[in-house]
Design a protein around this ligand. Structure first.
Ligand SMILES: [Fe+2]
Length: 320
């Protein structure tokens, strides 16, 4: 387990002076975490201005302190997102970070009602932010690298899927929340795969690759068995690696036999995965990602009409 597991990044915009919980805050300096504020010292407006002047974007906390921070951030989120003095980008960073932190808890105990409610609330905030801020997706990029891949990736897929569904289709609010929830949980099945396989940075053997591919079916069976999740959620978890030409997994169904939510999730999943750093390779630029995906789409991997609509939507939102 890497030492980063013990640290979480907090955007300084989300540290409300005078109100932040009594936890120690650390600065990252030369690859080390250096104490910036002891738990009993109050974080002041001067602290905030000084850090801003030095272009410090993030402070770090010990993961053991996350419970009180999550509570503080989730309680204040609606207020924070409606503040006029924060830029859209700052709000986006706060929102995505809070979502990532919430998702970490959800992955740890997905059956806790409290975590499910938190997760649904988070999806509603993301929806709201996407509707009010046309640049809401840009701030996603700034949190990449500060958190664990799978959680950041899941929040990205959720934001992208929600955006695509809200621009292209007419869904009831509850269905949209299910789209968001399914996207947040789409890779939950990865938790059944041993970390040696997931952290490998060389090529996987056939057997290992087979095991990784099982995450779709395993996640699906887990949530189906729990009985707490709707068909939309189950479809996204199960079908996000299916391909339009039938070359995907786990079932190999093709064309419009793949539920629409699964088709959208597949496109958003690939886009997000390619634009993020992975142990085996660096992140691709937006332009390169589109080029790679266009080739795949031409070969039949995605529903072409849906893919073209996706491109239009993300170009409109200046994601690149
Ligand atoms: Fe996946």
């Amino acid at each position: 387990m890497s030492k980063d597991r013990y640290w979480r990044a907090i955007s300084i915009d989300s540290i409300l002076p005078e109100h932040f919980p009594n936890v120690a805050l650390f600065l990252m300096s030369g690859g080390n975490y250096v104490l910036y504020k002891a738990p009993d010292r109050v974080f002041t407006v001067d602290d905030y201005s000084r850090l801003k002047r030095n272009n410090t974007e993030f402070l770090y906390v010990r993961s053991g302190d996350m419970e009180s921070i999550n509570e503080f951030m989730e309680r204040g989120l609606a207020k924070m997102l409606s503040r006029d003095d924060l830029s859209g980008n700052a709000k986006g960073r706060i929102l995505y970070q809070t979502s990532v932190n919430c998702l970490i808890d959800l992955f740890e105990s997905p059956e806790t009602t409290d975590n499910q409610i938190r997760c649904r609330n988070m999806v509603q905030h993301i929806l709201q932010q996407l509707a009010t801020d046309t640049h809401a997706l840009e701030s996603l990029k700034s949190i990449v690298g500060h958190n664990f891949y799978i959680f950041t990736h899941s929040v990205q897929v959720a934001a992208l899927s929600l955006l695509v569904h809200s621009e292209l289709f007419t869904l009831a609010h509850d269905e949209m929340v299910d789209i968001g929830t399914g996207s947040l949980l789409h890779d939950y099945g990865m938790t059944f795969i041993t970390s040696e396989i997931l952290e490998r940075n060389d090529a996987l053997s056939d057997i290992e690759y087979y095991k990784v591919k099982q995450h779709t079916q395993q996640g699906y069976e887990y949530f189906k068995h729990s009985g707490n999740y709707s068909e939309i959620v189950l479809n996204i978890v199960r079908y996000h690696h299916e391909r339009y030409d039938g070359n995907g997994y786990p079932t190999g169904i093709k064309g419009d036999d793949i539920p629409r939510s699964g088709q959208v999730a597949a496109i958003c999943d690939v886009y997000s995965a390619l634009t993020m750093d992975r142990p085996q390779r660096k992140a691709n630029s937006h332009t390169d990602t589109i080029m790679i995906m266009r080739e795949e789409a031409k070969k039949g991997a995605f529903n072409l009409e849906l893919f073209n609509n996706f491109l239009e939507i993300i170009n409109e939102r200046n994601v690149g």
